[in-house]
Structure formats: C-alpha cells, structure tokens
Design a protein around this ligand. Structure first.
Ligand SMILES: [Zn+2]
Length: 273
C-alpha cells in the first residue's frame, strides 16, 4: 500500500480537481495535516468516509503551523490566532481525535520568518508538551533550523515518534538524532526527484526502518507542475528505491520499499485500526 506521511487534503482539493478520487484509485494511506478548524473538520470527514468504504485510513493531525505568526501582518491578530489554535489543539487531543501533533517546528527560512522566532519557540514548546502528555507522534516542519531541533533532542527522545516531514537535514544529522535515541522517521517527497543532492544521499543512507514517503500535496510540485499531488507518490517511491539500489542498501525495489515504508508508517503513527 502507498503511504503519504504528510499532505494537505483541504488545500489539495482547492488546488486541483479529482484529488479524492486519485487517492481512492491509488489506495493511499495518509497522515493529513491541518492548521485550522474547517480544515480539520474536512480531514475528519475524509477519515470517516474512508472507514465507511473500507478504504486505506486517513489520519487527521493538527497544529498551529510555524509559518502562521509571520503570515499575519504587523501585530495583526497573530496572538489571537495562535491562542485559538492552541485551544483547538488541546481540545482535539483531549477528545482523542488526533493521530499526531503536527506540523509544528521551526521555519527560519527568511527574515520575515526569523522575526517570529520567539513566537515559534513558544508554539513549539506547547506542541511538544501536548504530544508528550497525550503520547502522540510529532510531525516536524524544519527549515534552516536543525540546530533548534538538536537543542530539544533530549525531550524529543521521550516522544512516541518524531516524523520529519520533507527531511531537511544531512546524513550526519539524521544519524546523530538516532544516536540520541530520538524515535525519528525521515520522510521523503518530490525533493528526491528534483536533484536535491543531500536529501537523495539521506534517502539512500538511512536505515530502511526509518524511511517514509510523502507528497506534501499540493505544496511541493515537480518541475513543470503547479502542485504536488497523490499521483506523484508512485514516482517518489520508485526514485527512492533506485537511490537505495545504487547505494547497495535494503529496500532496493519499489515493491520491497513500499512494504517497508507501510510498516514504518504504522510504527510511526499507529496503532490504529
Ligand atoms: Zn506541509
């Protein structure tokens, strides 16, 4: 079964037609990110439908996205949106409606994001605390901020699982997290089809039991496309298998890798029915 460790079905539906049908046709099990109430409700509805149809599960996740503070101009209503988001996170977690807390993390990609670093720190601390208290996996979004992840490594090692969406680090950084006993899973998407050298090296070098696949749909398009979609997933899997084959690593055929990645997905997010 194909598995997508990170996607945005609500945004994908608005970006392209036929997304839901494509997922059904390809039989993709996925973890669906949401950062607002309407988006989360949409994902829960997809999850209910999948269950009723006996289709592969869709797992609803929720977090206040680390880019949110920078997306609100000036002082804006950032404070209110952040507070509302954290209140939702807490209520979803308490009601047992979350498969994971995420995507949370740090985005220091440019000056506008770096200006909100203090708010991002507070947000991350709150999400981490919720994940630990409710024994939920954590899905991380990290851009130019791996040092901040390492600063939290001891606490992250207590998490049920830490899923690095679109793994942004080096081989050495990934191995260091595992040495520090973080139950880390490294998720790879279209970047490995776009010649991102270090990401490709990571995809070939990491233990087979730590590899996940994702689309981040609709946000990581292939060249010539406007959006990434669930249709990209078989290509991601094939590219990942080819990288591992060339490196002489386990998981060297698409079939073998698909099975391993499905097991990893279940280990990271499960147990679930
Ligand atoms: Zn995302």
């Amino acid at each position: 079964m194909f598995t997508d460790a990170h996607c945005h079905p609500f945004d994908l539906k608005r970006a392209i037609n036929g997304a839901v049908e494509a997922r059904r046709r390809l039989g993709i099990m996925c973890a669906a990110s949401a950062t607002g109430a309407e988006e989360f409700a949409y994902n829960e509805e997809l999850a209910r439908t999948a269950k009723a149809e006996g289709a592969p599960p869709l797992l609803p996740c929720f977090a206040v996205h680390p880019q949110l503070p920078a997306s609100l101009p000036g002082a804006g209503d950032a404070g209110g949106r952040v507070r509302d988001g954290l209140a939702l996170l807490e209520s979803f977690a308490c009601e047992g409606r979350l498969a994971a807390v995420g995507e949370t993390g740090f985005d220091l990609f440019n000056g506008a994001f770096r200006e909100t670093e203090a708010v991002q720190d507070e947000l991350f601390a709150a999400h981490l605390e919720t994940a630990l208290r409710h024994k939920l996996p954590l899905v991380l979004h990290v851009r130019r901020a791996m040092h901040k992840v390492f600063a939290h490594a001891r606490t992250l090692a207590k998490c049920k699982a830490v899923i690095f969406h679109s793994w942004p680090g080096t081989v050495g950084e990934g191995e260091a997290l595992l040495r520090r006993k973080v139950n880390a899973f490294f998720s790879f998407g279209t970047a490995i089809l776009l010649n991102h050298r270090e990401t490709m090296r990571c995809c070939a070098a990491f233990p087979l039991s730590r590899i996940l696949t994702e689309t981040d749909a609709p946000y990581q398009p292939l060249r010539g496309a406007r959006h990434s979609t669930w249709e990209d997933l078989p290509r991601v899997l094939q590219a990942a298998a080819a990288l591992r084959r060339n490196a002489g690593a386990a998981g060297s055929s698409a079939g073998e890798l698909e099975t391993a990645v499905e097991n990893n997905f279940r280990a990271a997010f499960g147990p679930f029915e």
